[in-house]
Write a protein that binds this ligand. Structure first.
Ligand code: ADP
Length: 546
């Protein structure tokens, strides 16, 4: 017999005590409390929070008038411009779902996504006109195309019948936007990179977007009114939920169309930027920028790194530059970062190399995530906290996707056993912090031994001539696989392959050292990830040095 619980009856949810969690509420509050504060800055253009709120309501109204209904998809092919920021609110305000397309993708992939999501409206920037035109050409059901005509960009061409400002100009500034009936309703769709087969459509709900927006503030320790520079593409996992975070924070968004070191340092000085996010490559670009363009920053800049494991050299380089780096970890499926290498105050007194080692770990779950652990994916048993036994990183909690759109099989596999399987291989260290060793598909198996490509990369980043490096498996008739290093050199340096291999052999077990080295620029995605699948192909024809 269930025990009667006096707290369960006559105490039901109603409109006064329960509201679906949604990041849309955050914008409405900030526009109410801080209407005149700077919200979005792009070049000479400044919008305050009242204006942004009004523009988002106009967008929602104009979309609704154009026939967009609850559950329809509105896609964007946009860089970090004000319209992209507004789409993060305006689209959901009329019940629609935002799909931010990766602007570096090719036409067939874009066409696949537009078709798969049954996209009704596409907002696009002149810069991507050729790709977008080619992707639309083959579509049976063409979306309504709205051009976002950014005056700061020359070139490209318009594709649609209407420009964004005219479109929202026809919308109602007092549009009565609405929250979803259910916080579990979708707010956005983010396609994974699809390096194996078709991309999967990761669906976020209002609840998770709200919780991660707030968790970014709590887990990073962001003070109110941050000045946030958009070095991270907003198209990537909805900019790790930062469009919504910045509305909660009542801060200022500084737009940036593309990562460029001089522009970044200029904007940091001009606007007093306090916060920015990026993949290791973004931070590395700043570390390696000429000293003269770095001068004149007198305040502390706080930055998040994720997207790939930050090499020790990046953590150290940021520290030396005086930037306060925090390491976070996550995936598209976890709304961007859902774990943080939470800093312990006593680490500050440790030698720099020890601090670098500790901060290089992926850490522990975000405040508003429920859990992260490392398990054997077959028997779902946690690995011992010995820093040596490998398992798969698993997440659970409210900052985990709804599932993959129209893909029940992949969804079930991802959630098998009541945890989200990340595909990342890691160990659990004795203090309960997770340390990633590799992505399961990137680990190198040589003579039956697992070699972590990240470990070799970490060593190579310490070589003074190395600007960027990626290590992948190269088929080997004797060992099965051996490591092959692809190295991008700093200007004016010219070490040879022998020197690179010797540098590794001095610092790690000999069987882990690369057997082949290839010099040249590394293929990267727009989010700064090195495309190892391309390198794995190239490694097949690289010659080994014995
Ligand atoms: P995609 O899977 O399309 O490359 P994601 O952004 O979802 O895009 O990539 C998530 C992956 O990036 C993770 O599974 C992990 O392998 C890697 N990653 C992200 N952050 C970190 C980090 N801090 N340390 C190590 N790897 C990371």
């Amino acid at each position: 017999m269930p025990i009667a619980n006096q707290y369960r009856s006559g105490l039901d949810k109603n409109a006064a005590n329960y509201t679906p969690l949604s990041p849309l509420s955050l914008l409405a509050r900030t526009a109410y409390v801080y209407p005149a504060r700077a919200a979005v800055i792009h070049g000479q253009r400044r919008l305050n929070w009242a204006q942004v709120y009004e523009r988002c309501r106009r967008l929602a109204s104009a979309l609704a008038r154009a026939g967009v209904a609850a559950g329809d998809t509105v896609a964007t092919m946009l860089p970090n411009v004000p319209a992209m920021y507004e789409c993060h609110f305006g689209v959901a305000m009329c019940g629609a779902v935002l799909n931010t397309l990766n602007t570096r993708l090719d036409a067939p992939t874009i066409a696949f996504m537009l078709d798969h999501a049954e996209t009704k409206v596409l907002l696009t920037d002149r810069e991507y006109a050729d790709t977008v035109a080619a992707s639309l050409a083959g579509l049976k059901h063409k979306p309504l195309v709205i051009d976002v005509d950014d005056p700061s960009f020359d070139g490209g061409r318009r594709l649609g019948g209407i420009e964004y400002e005219a479109f929202i100009g026809g919308g109602d500034p007092a549009y009565e936007w609405f929250l979803p009936d259910d916080e579990w309703d979708a707010i956005s769709l983010n396609y994974t990179s699809g390096t194996t087969g078709n991309p999967k459509g990761v669906v976020y709900h209002h609840r998770g977007a709200y919780l991660n927006a707030i968790s970014n503030i709590v887990s990073w320790g962001m003070p109110p009114h941050a000045v946030y520079l958009w070095t991270l593409p907003m198209f990537h996992c909805n900019g790790w939920c930062f469009p919504w975070t910045m509305a909660a924070n009542a801060g200022t968004n500084i737009c940036l169309r593309k990562v460029d070191a001089p522009a970044i340092f200029d904007l940091i000085r001009e606007h007093g930027v306090t916060h920015y996010c990026g993949a290791p490559i973004v931070h590395n670009t700043l570390i390696n920028a000429p000293e003269e363009i770095k001068r004149g920053i007198t305040h502390t800049v706080h930055c998040l790194v994720a997207g790939a494991a930050p090499p020790g050299a990046v953590i150290e380089g940021m520290q030396k530059m005086g930037f306060n780096l925090t390491h976070v970890y996550g995936l598209s499926e976890t709304y961007g970062p859902a774990a943080v290498c939470a800093k312990q105050p006593e680490w500050d007194a440790l030698p720099l190399d020890e601090q670098v080692r500790l901060n290089g770990r992926q850490g522990v779950w975000y405040h508003l995530q429920q859990g992260m652990t490392v398990m054997d994916p077959v028997n779902m048993q946690p690995v011992p906290w010995d820093g040596a036994t490998m398992g798969e990183v698993m997440f659970r909690g409210n900052i985990t996707m709804k599932g993959y759109l129209k893909n029940p099989q992949a969804t079930a596999a991802a959630f098998a056993g009541g945890w989200f399987h990340t595909g990342d291989l890691a160990v659990m260290q004795p203090d309960g912090y997770v340390k990633i060793k590799d992505r399961s598909k990137d680990v190198i198996i040589s003579g039956g031994e697992n070699i972590s490509s990240l470990e070799i990369e970490d060593v190579l980043y310490r070589h003074p001539a190395v600007l960027a490096v990626a290590v992948v498996a190269r088929p080997d008739p004797k060992w099965g696989e051996t490591p092959c290093a692809f190295v991008e050199l700093k200007a004016g340096t010219s070490p040879d392959a022998q020197e690179i291999i010797a540098f590794c052999r001095e610092r790690m077990a000999h069987f882990k050292a690369p057997k082949a080295v290839v010099f040249g620029p590394l293929p990267k995605t727009s989010t700064g990830k090195i495309q190892k699948f391309i390198l794995r192909e190239q490694a097949k024809s690289a010659s080994a040095i014995d």
